[in-house]
Design a protein around this ligand. Structure first.
Ligand SMILES: *C1O[C@H](CO)[C@@H](O)[C@H](O)[C@H]1NC(C)=O
Ligand SMILES: *[C@@H]1O[C@H](CO)[C@@H](O)[C@H](O)[C@H]1NC(C)=O
Ligand SMILES: *[C@@H]1O[C@H](CO)[C@@H](O)[C@H](O)[C@H]1NC(C)=O
Ligand SMILES: *[C@@H]1O[C@H](CO)[C@@H](O)[C@H](O)[C@H]1NC(C)=O
Ligand SMILES: *[C@@H]1O[C@H](CO)[C@@H](O)[C@H](O)[C@H]1NC(C)=O
Ligand SMILES: *[C@@H]1O[C@H](CO)[C@@H](O)[C@H](O)[C@H]1NC(C)=O
Ligand SMILES: *[C@@H]1O[C@H](CO)[C@@H](O)[C@H](O)[C@H]1NC(C)=O
Ligand SMILES: *[C@@H]1O[C@H](CO)[C@@H](O)[C@H](O)[C@H]1NC(C)=O
Ligand SMILES: *[C@@H]1O[C@H](CO)[C@@H](O)[C@H](O)[C@H]1NC(C)=O
Length: 860
């Protein structure tokens, strides 16, 4: 809105008139008529307080609008006294504005445009009217401190900005006025709505409330704020269930309230009731809003809906409401000031003012505000409600905002004067050049102003002219006895460093008991627990989804995860699929029963072999030992011992070294064993032929042949093993995939071909031995050697033939166990078939073990 031309004329006129510098009375503190107040000073601060609530009504039989001044806001007296208190404190201070006295010119306005225009002109011109007497003050006005509604602030901005008067609001949070290009001379001592939106966003985020209803008036400003709020919520992946508006002019139709109520009842979302200071609702309207605060629903609202404690409420109220209230500090000195003040200051409004003052004597007033009185006025119940309820307020109107506004102006003035724009000479009240065009110069000092208010609090007015004070988050608690209270449960301070800007004490919040979860979770659907992930519902907002369990091998360790993550390869999901746990490492160990059993079996047979070897050495000169090459028998027994020993290599934690040793020692030792059997068989055959007279073979008899057989056969295997080691040696290997949830440590053969060559060679040796022994089985032999060898080879071959399919069909450590078993079984087979009969003869049938028998046998 442009300033009315008439208004500009008036102001120009006022300015010319002021230069006449007419002074009349040596005024000091005067309460003026018409709801005004003036105190003399070198520099005047203009202030507005809302005098009475005026309601625009339209009587049914008339087209003329009427104002009904029937609403009394006791909080305004606190605002008024805050002006006085702040100025007195500044004047008392020897540091702030020394030698300069601040004056005050306060006008009560009626929220009627014409009344505000007149009041504003009075302040700017400096016209003071005392009953039937008008006087003109010539003191400069530094700034206007007001609590117009946002709309009024905007309208009067043009008027004040002609002479660049700083306009400081102590209530309006309107975002619109934050545009510094459009409103360079507008300041405020409350945060703007952007911060409110951010704060609500943080609260929603903190509790994980992402399903939101918004109820707001339908004016442009509210719509804009709701838009910002909405974007913020949607940015942090929340959703708006519904946004319902109500008319911003006049009363709200019952139908509208009922509709909103029905919507709230139906919805499972958290409700944001957005109201702004434009809606200084009549009390009964406020109560209709309270009907929206229904049980079972979480409600977030703004401080404009504060109710008085002494009001009795007909509704059934629940502990489910959080309120964002502009932060206000306690001002104990201010309360002291109120307790000790003279009622004379309030006499401009004799009936309300005096009774307000007397109301502070009420016995039920809290101690911090209650006055010491010689007598108590007896109020009628209505009067009592009107005049003593204000002492129960938590925040004493907007007094904190007023206080900071006065201090901001004083500090800006102080900085301006001290910056030496006139150097020392001009700092006195006589020389006033510095004060010319004062408001104009003041802006430089008001923007980015750092200052301390009278309580020593650090304040900062940012480049937009907003004093960032932040919000308190209140919990509205309804006590069982019908009373209620507000508890501060959190804070949002936008100027604090990130991370510390939002604090909430969840434990301090009293939630109604009917919520089955604290804090309640007003959501479209319950959260997905860890171990589950979201599954979007088709055609529904992103906040409505189903939960499905993570797939096998995947986990989600937080609630509401969009996706499940796969565990690292060495880890595995736990039962709940909410964490990865290390896989179980398995290998055949010495500690487990299977390991112990196999170890003891091999040790037992080792012992048996040692005993047999002992017997053979002890009876080394008996025929049965000497027959068929004694040395070969020793080699054979020793290699068998090594066979039993080498099975131990397969047990225990596999390392690269043991892996290499396992296969190669097994291969080599077995080749030694088998080649000694082969040598034995050949010896038997040769022995038969050698006994035939004239046989050339006789000279071949003896250990030479058999030794060379053993040596050469083993050498081939050694070469095979070396080739294996040099091309692709076996190595220890962590097998993650063999079994679910386990890591198998196993030996990888390195080269499967080499492994089977190794086995194949052993098979070849065994086969040859078997065939030769089989052919020689019926040769006359004093101790049936060939028969036993045939039999042992039969055992050996059947063990290893059955080994291969078993080996291939088992998994993990059982594969190793199978191999060990094969080694033990085949070794035991050899031992048993070849040596037990001999031991039997040596130990139990010594009569058979004599040269006579031997030769007799041979002869027959
Ligand atoms: C300001 O201080 C001066 C001197 O200390 C005093 O005369 C004047 O009354 C004070 N004004 C207010 C409003 O306290
Ligand atoms: C100002 O000073 C006077 C006298 O020293 C004192 O009585 C009064 O309480 C002071 N006012 C404030 C607000 O500090
Ligand atoms: C205040 O005024 C007195 C006398 O006029 C003067 O002596 C004193 O220096 C002034 N103080 C400041 C800080 O200007
Ligand atoms: C004050 O100013 C008005 C003009 O607005 C003038 O009529 C009146 O005479 C002046 N009063 C004094 C005391 O100078
Ligand atoms: C001005 O302040 C009073 C008290 O804090 C409050 O009741 C009133 O609603 C405010 N007026 C506006 C327009 O905000
Ligand atoms: C209250 O009593 C004190 C003395 O006890 C007296 O000085 C004062 O004037 C009385 N005030 C009123 C308002 O009666
Ligand atoms: C104040 O005086 C000093 C010298 O006395 C001068 O250098 C300075 O510019 C003056 N400041 C202003 C703002 O005039
Ligand atoms: C609200 O909380 C207060 C304090 O915890 C408790 O005493 C009261 O019973 C609660 N009211 C309801 C309606 O749950
Ligand atoms: C969830 O898992 C990720 C990676 O797997 C890890 O960085 C994060 O710390 C885990 N969070 C919790 C709460 O365990």
């Amino acid at each position: 809105m442009e300033a009315h031309p008439l208004l500009i004329l008036l102001i120009l006129y006022a300015d010319i008139w002021k230069t006449i510098k007419c002074r009349c009375l040596p005024l000091s503190i005067v309460a003026l008529d018409g709801g005004s107040y003036y105190s003399h000073g070198d520099i005047i601060i203009g202030g507005f307080i809302q005098e009475l609530g005026a309601k625009l009504t339209k009587p049914s039989d008339s087209i003329i609008m009427q104002f009904e001044m029937n609403e009394y806001f006791p909080e305004n007296s606190f605002n008024f006294l805050a002006f006085l208190f702040a100025v007195e404190e500044i004047n008392n201070s020897s540091e702030l504005l020394p030698n300069i006295t601040l004056g005050l010119h306060i006008k009560g306005h009626l929220r009627v445009i014409s009344s505000i225009i007149t009041a504003a002109l009075n302040i700017l011109i400096g016209q003071i009217s005392i009953i039937n007497f008008k006087c003109n003050s010539s003191q400069p006005v530094a700034a206007i401190i007001e609590n117009f509604s946002a709309e009024e602030s905007y309208r009067f901005y043009d008027m004040f900005q002609i002479y660049h008067y700083p306009q400081i609001t102590y209530t309006s949070q309107s975002l619109y006025m934050s545009d510094t290009n459009r409103f360079p001379y507008f300041y405020r001592t409350v945060p703007n709505e952007l911060h409110l939106c951010a704060g609500i966003g943080k609260l929603l985020k903190h509790f994980g409330w992402n399903w939101v209803n918004i109820i707001s008036p339908n004016d442009d400003r509210s719509v804009k704020v709701v838009q910002i709020l909405r974007e913020g919520i949607e940015r942090s992946s929340g959703c708006i269930a519904f946004h319902e508006t109500f008319p911003h002019h006049g009363g709200i139709p019952n139908k509208q309230i009922e509709k909103i109520l029905a919507l709230i009842k139906e919805s499972s979302a958290v409700n944001i009731l957005y109201l702004n200071e434009n809606y200084a609702f009549a009390m009964y309207e406020t109560f209709r809003f309270y009907s929206l605060l229904i049980p079972g629903k979480v409600i977030i609202t703004i401080d404009q809906i504060e109710i008085n404690r002494d009001t009795s409420i007909q509704f059934q109220m629940k502990n489910n409401t959080l309120i964002f209230k502009i932060h206000r500090s306690d001002m104990p000195n201010f309360l002291k000031f109120i307790r000790e003040m003279e009622p004379i200051w309030l006499t401009n409004d004799a009936y309300y003012g005096l009774n307000w003052w007397l109301g502070l004597c009420d016995g039920q007033c809290p101690k911090n505000i209650k006055r010491q009185c010689n007598f108590t006025k007896v109020f009628t119940p209505e009067e009592k409600y009107m005049f003593s309820s204000h002492c129960h307020t938590e925040y004493f109107g907007s007094s904190y905002g007023v206080y900071n506004a006065v201090y901001a102006v004083a500090h800006a003035l102080h900085d301006m004067i001290m910056s030496g724009s006139g150097n020392d000479t001009t700092r006195t009240r006589e020389n006033r050049e510095v004060l010319d065009y004062l408001p104009w110069k003041l802006h430089r000092y008001l923007r980015n102003l750092h200052f301390k208010n009278g309580m020593g609090e650090e304040m900062y007015m940012d480049e937009k002219g907003d004093l960032i004070t932040g919000y308190s988050i209140l919990n509205l608690i309804f006590l069982p006895d019908g009373r209620w209270k507000y508890d501060i449960v959190g804070n949002y301070n936008p100027s604090a460093p990130p991370g510390q800007d939002f604090t909430i004490n969840e434990k301090a919040i009293a939630w109604e008991s009917s919520f089955n979860q604290t804090p309640p979770q007003p959501r479209c659907n319950p959260r997905c627990h860890p171990g589950f992930r979201k599954l979007p519902r088709e055609g529904k907002p992103v906040c409505c989804y189903d939960c499905i369990r993570c797939a096998e091998g995947e986990v989600s360790n937080q609630t509401d995860m969009d996706i499940c993550t796969t565990c690292p390869e060495d880890q595995w999901p736990n039962q709940k699929r909410d964490a990865c746990i290390p896989k179980v490492i398995i290998f055949l160990s010495y500690e487990e029963p299977l390991g112990i059993a196999l170890t003891s079996i091999s040790l037992f047979f080792l012992l048996v072999t040692v005993v047999i070897l002992g017997i053979f050495i002890y009876y080394r000169d008996t025929p049965i030992v000497r027959a068929n090459n004694r040395d070969l028998s020793y080699i054979f027994l020793i290699s068998l011992m090594l066979c039993f020993l080498c099975s131990l290599l397969f047990i225990g934690h596999p390392e690269d070294v043991t892996c290499i040793l396992r296969q190669t020692t097994f291969g080599i030792i077995f080749s030694v064993t088998l080649s000694s059997i082969l040598a034995k068989t050949i010896t038997v055959v040769m022995a038969f032929h050698a006994t035939k007279p004239g046989s050339k073979l006789r000279k071949w008899m003896g250990s030479k042949v058999s030794n060379s057989i053993v040596l050469s056969c083993s050498l081939i295997q050694i070469v095979l093993c070396l080739a294996w080691l040099f091309t692709a040696p076996p190595f220890a290997y962590l097998n993650m995939r063999s079994e679910i949830g386990t890591i198998l440590i196993e030996c990888n053969e390195g080269s499967v071909i080499a492994f089977y060559c190794n086995l194949g060679y052993l098979g070849f040796l065994a086969g040859i031995s078997f065939i030769i022994a089989f052919l020689a089985r019926n040769l006359p032999d004093s101790f049936n050697e060939a028969k036993y060898i045939t039999f042992s080879m039969l055992v050996f071959c059947s063990v290893w033939i059955s080994f291969i399919p078993t080996y291939l069909s088992t998994k993990g450590k059982y594969m190793v166990a199978v191999e060990i078993f094969a080694i033990l079984a085949s070794s035991t087979g050899l031992l048993g078939c070849i040596f037990f009969p001999k031991c039997y003869i040596i130990l139990l049938r010594p009569e058979k073990n004599s040269k006579k028998i031997l030769t007799k046998n041979i002869m027959t």
